[in-house]
Design a protein around this ligand. Structure first.
Ligand code: AMP
Length: 285
């Protein structure tokens, strides 16, 4: 694999190497099996793969979160060395390479700006759209790989593509979990060891809740999720919503749900001072 940190060099490489399709896997590093599953799918399906590693400051609404975000470039590169092929590229731009001038673009995503992550992390998706649109323009991928752990992000990216007419196909990959069910995340390594033992309750609870949708109404299920998780005083549910998989509209009552649609239960939990998100399908049959 080649490690490249400038736009100029990446353009030269992609022009000279005529492999296709071109796959892009955007990441913020501190790589784990969740990221590697995206990379493996990309190498299975693409002639050349670009994995970007960039902690994008514009998507952090919380300065402290940005400061403590894990940065483990050496370890990331050794993991990628075992997964990527000779011609694949790891793109590790600096802030000045990514943002030579301040990015003042403002994106609008309709309903997606008004629910869940958008409410609790103001500006987050605007920053995501800034960095992802730049990556799309630098790499011009045919296929871009994202994880369904960030379900709302996938919906936002699809909307970004629709609005800007980017010629890229999005693939959403299933959530990869630890053996105890915790969704893998770069932030997991920041969890206090005592709290780490408690957080599997998040996936356990939303899994149990997903089975309740046949017999119980939504307010009751939401109450169950909040109360079960918050039994541990260190865990606080920011939101738990059952949403349709398209515009992520929260459903208030069981009667609003249609058997042919897909629904997901999406949750954000404050675990000590670390914020975790997860989701699971709520199948109606
Ligand atoms: P991040 O480095 O957190 O920005 O994540 C980079 C990409 O990896 C995003 O598309 C995430 O949705 C995806 N990802 C992160 N964690 C997981 C996971 N546990 N399973 C599947 N995909 C993941």
């Amino acid at each position: 694999m080649k490690v490249i940190s400038t736009v100029k060099e990446i353009r030269i490489q992609l022009r000279n190497l005529s492999f296709s399709p071109v796959g892009l896997v955007p990441t913020m590093g501190a790589l784990h099996e969740g990221h590697l599953s995206l990379v493996r799918n990309a190498t299975d399906e693409c002639g050349i793969v670009v994995v970007s590693i960039y902690v994008n400051p514009t998507q952090f609404n919380d300065k402290e979160d940005l400061r403590k975000y894990p940065r483990t470039l050496e370890a990331d590169l050794s993991l990628l060395k075992n997964t990527l092929r000779d011609n694949d590229i790891v793109y590790t731009p600096s802030d000045s390479e990514m943002y030579p001038v301040e990015d003042k673009r403002v994106f609008h995503f309709g309903n997606l700006d008004r629910v869940m992550e958008a409410l609790y992390r103001p500006g987050h998706f605007n920053g995501v759209a800034q960095v992802v649109s730049k990556l799309f323009e630098i790499v011009t991928p045919d296929i871009a790989y994202f994880g369904l752990k960030d379900l709302q992000q996938v919906a936002v990216i699809k909307e970004l593509i629709r609005q800007n007419k980017y010629k890229v196909t999005i693939k959403g990959n299933p959530i990869i979990r630890e053996a105890d069910g915790l969704a893998m995340s770069s932030r997991n390594r920041l969890l206090d060891p005592e709290i780490r033992k408690k957080v599997p309750v998040i996936f356990r609870t939303i899994s149990e809740a997903s089975g309740m949708i046949i017999s119980k109404d939504i307010p009751e299920i939401k109450k169950f999720v909040k109360e079960t998780i918050e039994k541990d005083g260190n865990l606080q549910v920011e939101y738990f919503e059952i949403v349709d998989d398209h515009m992520l509209n929260p459903v208030r009552n069981r009667s609003e749900m249609k058997v042919n649609n897909h629904y997901y239960g999406c949750i954000a939990v404050r675990a000590g001072n670390i914020r975790l998100i997860d989701n699971i399908e709520f199948p109606l049959r």
